[in-house]
Write a protein that binds this ligand. Structure first.
Ligand code: ATP
Length: 547
């Protein structure tokens, strides 16, 4: 990240704390790594994002229904989905630096590319040069803090080349990627790690059974002990869901039958997911506990690519519709080697974060893999019968098939970070004394803004607070979140609400008592208009609908 980009993230982190969007979890105890709490403004922003998603995905559609499933599901769900066996990312260790990283996220130099090993300083470069010499019997050339001489020969091999030679002096197996920090291609085999959080269901402490087993097997070897403990733990083990999606497959029949849904139709859910991520990074971008907004859209086999394109465009448009910089949202098609084994096509909706383009939402064509797996493991008939369609195999009316699935899977908390980045705006304005000052404005979309309007008596006397409180009460009755605020000079209050992203400030002043009007100030333009106090609610409502 460049200095400027770094500073945008720093500003977002600091404003999030100051204004009450996001706090470090358990901060007074030193904080918990990569866990965050959504503060007074953050909780509103998150709910607004999720409510807008629900509105567009469920309420405004006849073909989508919603559910809210339990976070802890039957462990067989995760056997069937493959998560227990494969909910893991291949991890690799750099043999020289000992850096551990996810293979699928590592840089992938191609045939003919040089493989410079970039060290932190000269001392480290010398140490790594020695380590490589000792272990692989080659002497890399040191150029300051970089080690040179390695090059990719083909997909499976890299070589060591003397400075004036095109013929490799030694060759080594190439994994197709290098360590992200140092660029080193000397790597361990890939290993699987389970990313699901495991816990035990039931009030009986599993430690009692384990200690009893240990006492009864004092003489046993370590393999027997491990297997014994493992089987005790597994008896009552359950998992925190690593995605919300599986509940929609498991409840496919109940939703379809209770709501008489006809294919194509979708089931949507939003809520918490948990992953023991190896690297948590970029503030709330990747954390262990996060919220997702996912929908499984069941379609007739053969129509999936059409629907994939439909949902890709629909979802991209949705993200853009709340943004100040829609051009920063793009989609990217997965290459064949990136596709999950069950998917026949996939797009990532990406945002241009300060560190570059990265994922915000995945839109995947998951074939009939999930329903078939759950049918196989549970014995339930997870299929659909279409009376109006001819069975392509028999040519007879009535076709029973396992629907194919398109899955738009978005991160709600990641989306919140995106909208904070998108909203952050600084401009130079004149202060009361005519000097230049920096105004920070969170240009959040009015429907996402945590507080829709601030109701401000100009002074705390002369009956103005009473009038302001009456306006507040009108808004409350209409279910609109506004805040009464009487502390500090009016200019300071405007600035505070600019930073909170409050789109409108309604000020009650001396003139209100004379003619019943108030001012309404627009956050982005700072333009103030006089409107009848009685009209304030309707005007804000209108603007929210039109925004
Ligand atoms: P990534 O490659 O960025 O880890 P993923 O491809 O594993 O994400 P999916 O399983 O497709 O993610 O999950 C769908 C969405 O859920 C992602 O696009 C992202 O917005 C969100 N998400 C996934 N993992 C996390 C996490 N650890 N923290 C925050 N959001 C996440």
């Amino acid at each position: 990240m460049s200095k400027e980009q770094n500073s945008l993230m720093d500003k977002i982190v600091s404003l999030s704390k100051q204004r009450g969007f996001i706090f470090q979890s358990s901060e007074i105890y030193g904080g918990l790594k990569s866990a965050y709490d959504y503060g007074p403004l953050g909780v509103e922003l998150k709910r607004n994002i999720m409510n807008e998603w629900w509105r567009s995905m469920v309420h405004e559609r006849e073909d989508v229904t919603g559910i809210d499933a339990s976070i802890v599901m039957h462990p067989k769900v995760w056997h069937a989905s493959g998560h227990l066996a494969g909910f893991s990312d291949p991890l690799v260790d750099c043999l020289i630096s000992k850096e551990r990283f996810r293979a699928d996220k590592a840089p992938k130099p191609q045939k003919g590319d040089e493989l410079p090993i970039s060290c932190v300083d000269k001392g480290q470069a010398k140490a790594y040069k020695e380590a490589i010499k000792k272990r692989f019997e080659i002497e890399l050339r040191r150029n300051g803090k970089t080690l040179e001489g390695l090059r990719v020969i083909d997909e499976k091999t890299f070589g060591f080349f003397e400075s004036d030679s095109d013929v490799s002096a030694n060759t080594f197996p190439y994994a197709g990627y290098v360590g992200p920090t140092f660029g080193c291609p000397f790597l361990s085999e890939e290993r699987q790690f389970n990313l699901m959080f495991r816990t035990q269901l039931g009030p009986v402490d599993v430690l009692n059974s384990i200690s009893k087993f240990m006492e009864d097997n004092r003489e046993a070897d370590s393999k027997t002990i491990r297997e014994g403990v493992d089987s005790i733990v597994k008896e009552s083990a359950v998992y925190l869901r690593p995605e919300t999606a599986q509940a929609m497959f498991v409840q496919f029949l109940n939703c379809q039958q209770s709501m008489s849904m006809k294919v194509p139709f979708g089931i949507a859910q939003m809520g918490k997911s948990f992953r023991n991520e190896i690297t948590t990074e970029h503030f709330i971008f990747r954390s262990c506990e996060f919220e997702q907004m996912e929908m499984e859209f069941f379609v007739e086999p053969g129509t999936q690519i059409e629907w994939l394109d439909y949902w890709r465009d629909k979802r991209l448009e949705w993200w853009k519709s709340y943004a100040n910089h829609p051009e920063k949202f793009i989609y990217r098609k997965h290459d064949a080697d990136e596709l999950a084994h069950y998917a026949d096509a996939c797009y990532d909706i990406e945002y241009e974060y300060p560190w570059g383009y990265d994922e915000l939402e995945g839109v995947a064509s998951r074939t009939d893999y999930d329903l078939k797996k759950h049918a196989e493991h549970s014995g339930a008939k997870l299929s659909y019968f279409d009376q109006q369609k001819e069975d392509p195999k028999t040519g007879k009316m009535g076709w029973r098939y396992t629907p194919y699935v398109i899955e738009p899977a978005a991160g709600a908390t990641r989306g919140l970070l995106v909208y904070l980045l998108d909203a952050y705006h600084e401009e130079t304005v004149k202060d009361g004394k005519g000097n230049d000052s920096t105004r920070v404005v969170m240009k959040l979309h009015p429907r996402l803004a945590p507080i829709k309007a601030a109701i401000l008596p100009l002074v705390k006397k002369e009956g103005l607070p009473k009038i302001a409180r009456e306006i507040v009460s009108d808004f409350f009755k209409a279910g609109i979140n506004v805040k009464y605020d009487e502390n500090h000079a009016i200019g300071k209050r405007y600035r505070r609400h600019d930073e909170a992203g409050t789109p409108y400030c309604i000020t009650v002043d001396g003139q209100t008592k004379e003619d019943g009007t108030v001012t309404i100030r627009d956050r982005d333009t700072m333009v103030q208009e006089r409107i009848p106090a009685k009209e304030a609610l309707r005007i804000v409502q209108d603007r929210l609908v039109k925004s």
